[in-house]
Design a protein around this ligand. Structure first.
Ligand SMILES: [Zn+2]
Length: 491
């Protein structure tokens, strides 16, 4: 990237709210049903029908706005955003234009090696989703036709518009990751990018050094509807390089909307970018303004769960390493698993360590998450307690965990069945130690003549005889005692 430009990035994120019914009618919002089976005259845009606002959608939107540090407006209103497209039967979308639900929020991000950076949120508004077109063919270009599915038409959405505060594709990735984490703790959406319940458009422009005009006037390219956070990052990286190349050749950047091809990693031109005035917004005459009582807003604020920033502080205070804290905080299911296990176990570092290494490895191998982990938090605690008590070595515990994953059995059951467990009976172990000493008399002599390494060899022999079931530190002590004792006898 040439140093002659600053990168300016703003993101628009659409989040489908997890309500049972649509924003303005009683139709179900369930994903994956037969096409057009969840429709009615209201969401089909029949003449003469009237929308009725879904109270739960307003509550989830307000909850999201408060968690993202926004000011919720006591008075907002709905507007019609007018455009024609086959997935929009009314030929307008009910949205909010000049008086959105909430404004002036922020999200903190942590670029590596830098201080915490605050990314502003300009506004959050409530709107309805459009339907979906299913193209008959591999891609739009060679489709022989398109089928309209209006199940999604009227599903409640919030649009979260950031300030143009991000300066790299990495910062955009961190912002999206943090935003998703905050929303996941609120339980307001499924947040599945691949199913479209979380969608992101990225606005990218390059500002020449020394430019004094407003950011709004810079030619801006919008990358539309990318299906994963990783691809948002790739799309932005490509776009920065493409625009830098054009500018360095003295060419102009065209204000436009571009798609992203995840196979080639490139963006491609779709259409020239529309402006707000192209939509001819006007106030929705069929809905009264949305008036929210401040007592009600404060009640929702008080009901917010602990959010990522507070959770981070708590975990760090418990001595969990920063790197592990980040993994736990960004995965709500992992955090909830830890939260359930932690009160029953005294060593948080050991617990988190096992969760994020061995348990995660087995979950990944089975394509599972902590939410449906076959080993429940209580069962993991039992296993780790066996390590703490000295019944199992770390290596044996891994073997037990594998079996627990496969069978769903408790640790103690697996230990019994496999005949595992460390030999902690000193007299039983002493017999093995004596046998090893007799069989390796010359190694004992080496040790007595000052070769400390010889002892490690003897420990290894005892571990071999006991098939790894002895505690190495106990073996060590017994060997020293036996050798000393033998000296006294022979001396
Ligand atoms: Zn409907």
């Amino acid at each position: 990237m040439s140093a002659a430009f600053d990168v300016i990035i703003g993101l628009e994120v659409h989040v489908e709210l997890k309500t049972a019914s649509k924003l303005f009618c009683g139709c179900s919002t369930a994903f994956g049903s037969a096409p057009n089976s969840q429709t009615c005259p209201v969401c089909l845009g029949m003449p003469g029908v009237l929308p009725v606002l879904n109270r739960e959608a307003v509550r989830l939107a307000v909850r999201s706005a408060l968690a993202l540090n926004c000011t919720v407006r006591p008075y907002s209103k709905f507007d019609r955003k007018q455009y024609f497209y086959p997935d929009l039967p009314k030929a307008y979308q009910i949205s909010q234009y000049d008086l959105p639900l909430a404004e002036y929020g922020w999200v903190n991000i942590r670029p590596s090696g830098q201080d915490v950076k605050r990314v502003g949120i300009r506004r959050i508004h409530l709107e309805e989703d459009a339907g979906k077109l299913n193209h008959l063919g591999q891609r739009l270009g060679d489709a022989v036709g398109s089928l309209v599915d209006l199940n999604r038409a009227g599903v409640p959405l919030i649009e979260i518009v950031s300030e143009p505060d991000m300066r790299s594709a990495e910062e955009a990735r961190l912002y999206l990751t943090e935003l998703r984490a905050v929303l996941s703790y609120l339980d307001v959406s499924d947040l599945r990018m691949e199913e479209g319940s979380l969608r992101c458009d990225a606005n990218v422009s390059l500002r020449p050094r020394g430019y004094t005009g407003s950011l709004e006037e810079l030619p801006r390219v919008e990358i539309k509807n990318v299906n994963s956070i990783r691809n948002v990052q790739r799309g932005i990286e490509y776009e920065i390089a493409r625009q830098a190349e054009l500018l360095s050749r003295g060419e102009r950047i065209v204000r436009e909307t571009r798609g992203f091809d995840d196979v080639s990693g490139r963006t491609y031109s779709q259409r020239s970018k529309e402006e707000a005035h192209d939509y001819r917004y006007f106030p929705e005459p069929d809905l009264p303004p949305l008036v929210l009582q401040s007592e009600w807003i404060e009640k929702e604020r008080a009901a917010l769960p602990p959010l990522p920033d507070a959770i981070r502080q708590d975990l760090i205070a418990r001595g969990i390493p920063d790197k592990d804290v980040e993994v736990l905080v960004l995965d709500r299911e992992a955090y909830q698993y830890w939260k359930e296990a932690s009160p029953a176990f005294s060593d948080d570092r050991l617990l988190v360590n096992w969760m994020l290494s061995d348990v995660s490895r087995l979950l990944n191998a089975q394509g599972r998450t902590f939410g449906d982990c076959p080993v429940r938090p209580r069962q993991l605690v039992e296993l780790l307690t066996l390590i703490q008590e000295g019944t199992l070595s770390g290596r044996m515990a891994k073997e037990v965990l594998d079996a627990m994953f496969e069978t769903g059995q408790d640790a103690k059951t697996v230990v019994k069945q496999k005949g595992l467990s460390q030999i902690t009976d000193e007299s039983a172990l002493m017999q093995v130690v004596q046998r090893v000493l007799e069989a390796h008399a010359h190694v004992v002599e080496d040790y007595l003549s000052g070769k400390d390494k010889a002892l490690a060899y003897l420990v290894g022999q005892v571990m071999k005889e006991t098939r790894g079931q002895a505690k190495p530190d106990l073996v060590n002590r017994l060997l020293k005692e036996a050798i000393r004792g033998g000296q006294t006898v022979s001396g």
